[in-house]
Design a protein around this ligand. Structure first.
Ligand code: SF4
Ligand code: SF4
Length: 373
């Protein structure tokens, strides 16, 4: 990042102190189509629903949603596989034009190297300041990854996609390439080898592991320990290679992830997750047919944008949203491992800023490039 970019980034980051009318962290499931078959997918039921595909929001409808939304900090396009929509770059453009997100994050199974490279180049050419994070999902070494993803050859495709993205990043540092691994019973043993390989052989701007969530995969999460996940995740964030020390964005989000995992661990151990949760206030989830959800783990829709003139504010002030608040929030009635709420807690609560700055400085001045397992 140049000095001007750093200053602009820092000024934008001050947005967290503003009072916000709408959720700043928007997760948009742009499609229910997918070419993978992951057993831990919490959107699985919708992926198999063929009739649903004809009801996907059109780009004009997406524009109406963005037009009525207001300014946001971060947009994540999820799914399904987002790049199966051939208008992903148009979706990003309308949100950037109307909602001005600082960060657009797109998780992908990396199965379409050519399409992904083309769409990423288009997004970068249509935007000026927005940071674009492409998150490649890698869930184990070679055979394990293919088994978890349910498609042979997936592992190989990921690296083809990585190479295409690394080429683009050479001429545009707004593109960040992130590796995300979902912590699963199948891959726990392989994580040190996988992370060491990525640390040495590839230049990912960030490596991270995430804990799965969602009531539909309770049989999976019941086999896992959040404490063990936490220890591993901290080791990776503190120790993994720093590809570019001038990349303030990636270092800052690494520091935030360290604090976020700590917040989640404390809340889970104390059973106070719902009291720190701002589901529907700081974060909101939209699906491919316009339904609005305050949170992913509960997955209860509080209204549909098509029925509400594409106005998010109307859905979030509905009786259904009030009912959700009464039922789940602030009542100590739920406890979950959805990292996004803890991430927003870290970003929007000034009390965590000193900790974040501490870890940011630690990462900036740290010398080690190896993780000791
Ligand atoms: S790639 Fe994502 S959306 Fe597709 S099956 Fe896997 S977890 Fe689900
Ligand atoms: S399950 Fe409860 S604590 Fe978790 S995100 Fe949803 S509302 Fe918040």
């Amino acid at each position: 990042m140049s000095v001007i970019d750093t200053l602009r980034y820092s000024v934008n980051a001050l947005n967290v102190f503003r009072k916000h009318e709408v959720p700043q962290d928007v997760i948009f499931f742009v499609t229910s189509r997918c070419n993978s078959n992951c057993y831990f997918c919490h959107f699985r039921e919708q992926l198999g629903d063929k009739e649903r595909r004809g009801r996907e929001l059109t780009i004009d409808e997406v524009e109406s949603i963005a037009k009525n939304f207001g300014q946001i900090m971060k947009l994540s396009l999820s799914g399904g596989e987002p790049f199966l929509r051939n208008d992903v770059s148009d979706i990003v453009k309308v949100f950037v034009d109307y909602c001005k997100p600082q960060i657009v994050d797109i998780p992908t199974n990396g199965s379409l190297p050519q399409v992904i490279a083309e769409q990423v180049e288009k997004i970068l050419s249509q935007t000026e300041d927005t940071i674009l994070e492409i998150q490649l999902s890698v869930d184990g070494l070679d055979k394990t990854h293919d088994k978890v993803r349910g498609v042979r050859g997936s592992y190989e495709k990921i690296f083809k996609t990585y190479k295409r993205l690394a080429e683009i990043r050479r001429s545009n540092t707004r593109l960040k390439i992130k590796m995300n691994l979902t912590y699963l019973p199948d891959n726990i043993e392989e994580i040190p080898a996988l992370v060491s390989l990525f640390n040495k052989e590839y230049a990912f701007d960030r490596l991270q592991i995430t804990f799965p969530h969602g009531s539909s995969i309770k049989n999976v999460t019941d086999q896992l320990s959040y404490k063990e996940f936490y220890l591993l995740s901290q080791k990776i964030q503190l120790g993994a290679r720093i590809v570019n020390r001038r990349d303030l964005h990636s270092l800052l989000f690494r520091a935030i992830k360290i604090v976020k995992d700590q917040i989640l661990l404390e809340a889970l151990e104390a059973g106070t997750m719902s009291s720190i949760c701002h589901a529907g206030e700081k974060i909101v989830v939209l699906d491919d047919i316009g339904n609005v959800y305050p949170c992913e783990p509960i997955w209860v829709s509080v209204g549909n944008l098509r029925d509400n003139g594409y106005k998010i504010a109307d859905v979030l002030s509905s009786a259904a949203m009030n009912d959700f608040r009464k039922r789940y929030l602030g009542m100590g009635k739920c406890n979950c491992t959805w990292g996004c709420v803890a991430l927003d807690r870290a970003i929007f609560s000034p009390k965590y800023f000193p900790k974040i700055v501490f870890y940011l400085l630690y990462l900036l001045f740290r010398q080690t490039q190896e993780i000791v397992w």
